[in-house]
Ligand binder design. Structure first.
Ligand code: 5GP
Ligand code: ZN
Length: 145
């Protein structure tokens, strides 16, 4: 069962249209597999999205090459963000599925400059289960790889 019920016709989602220059955007970088552009929401100044050029709804819909290319572009963009805006912190965030916090069903990674009191919050409820539970989870994952 996919994480996202992708209702847009092929090539017609908002980011596909942005990639194809059918809607305006402030682009930062493009290569064969990726496009980086300013997030319209600018949570902090310099907030960039790195998306796959091809439509893929979530991480699970990308190829390994696309996933690697997005991180490579994010690495390059992160260095540019650091040089241009000099934030004291930098957060990369990538959401999958509505329950994962994704609102646009075209794979993208946020590069977000961080500052004291910027209002960004992600609650992280630690559970700290016993080591036997960790071992069991690891075994399930190794079997699924
Ligand atoms: P998500 O919630 O899926 O992780 O992030 C979607 C992001 O896309 C949001 O931060 C939102 O501001 C941004 N966004 C939505 N529509 C547009 C658009 O038309 N142009 C640009 N540049 N960003 C958009
Ligand atoms: Zn798309």
């Amino acid at each position: 069962m996919p994480m996202f019920v992708d209702t847009s016709p092929p090539g017609q989602c908002i980011f596909c249209r942005l990639v194809a220059n059918e809607i305006p955007s402030a682009k930062v970088f493009e290569d064969e597999l990726t496009v980086a552009f300013m997030d319209i929401g600018q949570v902090t100044p310099g907030h960039v999205l790195v998306a796959t050029r091809r439509h893929a709804a979530t991480l699970l819909d990308t190829t390994p090459e696309e996933a690697a290319a997005v991180m490579q572009t994010a690495h390059r963009v992160a260095r540019a963000v650091q040089a241009a805006f000099q934030p004291p912190g930098l957060t990369l965030l990538q959401a999958n599925g509505a329950l994962g916090g994704q609102t646009v069903a075209h794979f993208h990674l946020h590069v977000v400059p961080r500052h004291e009191g910027d209002g960004i919050a992600l609650t992280w409820p630690r559970q700290e289960p016993p080591s036997a539970v960790l071992a069991s989870h690891a075994e399930r994952l190794r079997a699924a790889l």
